[in-house]
Design a protein around this ligand. Structure first.
Ligand code: HEC
Length: 99
């Protein structure tokens, strides 16, 4: 179910539309799916405004249930800690907000 949603999301918003040239190339596996929802002006936090550490911590908190959410808890459970770290490093920006 989540995999299907991710695949659809990745198709619906091609990377080049999601964020022009701002992301590391290549992105970590799974990271492109994040940009389907977290697009600039899409109403969700722009992941490039967060540090890799903040994204990794948020994913861990969603995964273990200490942070509530509608989508992210389910999504975060789909990644190992290593995968989540690689995604966070792909999408986060060093020196960005550490919350
Ligand atoms: C289907 C849409 C969707 C996808 C795909 C998605 N997110 Fe989210 N994200 C959300 C929503 C909605 C929230 C708000 C919390 C909630 O309701 O789950 C959120 C919140 C977050 C937050 C918290 C931001 C903040 O400042 O509070 C982080 C970090 C985050 N997502 C990272 C990611 C990462 C990394 C991925 C890819 C693995 C991802 N998201 C994929 C919808 C999505």
């Amino acid at each position: 179910m989540i995999r299907a949603a991710l695949a659809t999301a990745a198709i619906a918003v091609p990377l080049h539309l999601a964020s022009p040239a701002a992301w590391a190339d290549p992105l970590a596996p799974g990271a492109a799916a994040c940009l389907a929802c977290h697009v600039e002006g899409g109403g969700l936090p722009d992941l490039a405004t967060l540090s890799p550490q903040a994204i990794e911590a948020a994913l861990a908190a969603y995964r273990d249930g200490t942070r509530a959410g509608t989508v992210m808890p389910r999504l975060a459970k789909g990644f190992t800690t290593d995968e989540a770290r690689a995604i966070a490093e792909s999408l986060g920006r060093a020196g960005a907000a550490d919350r």
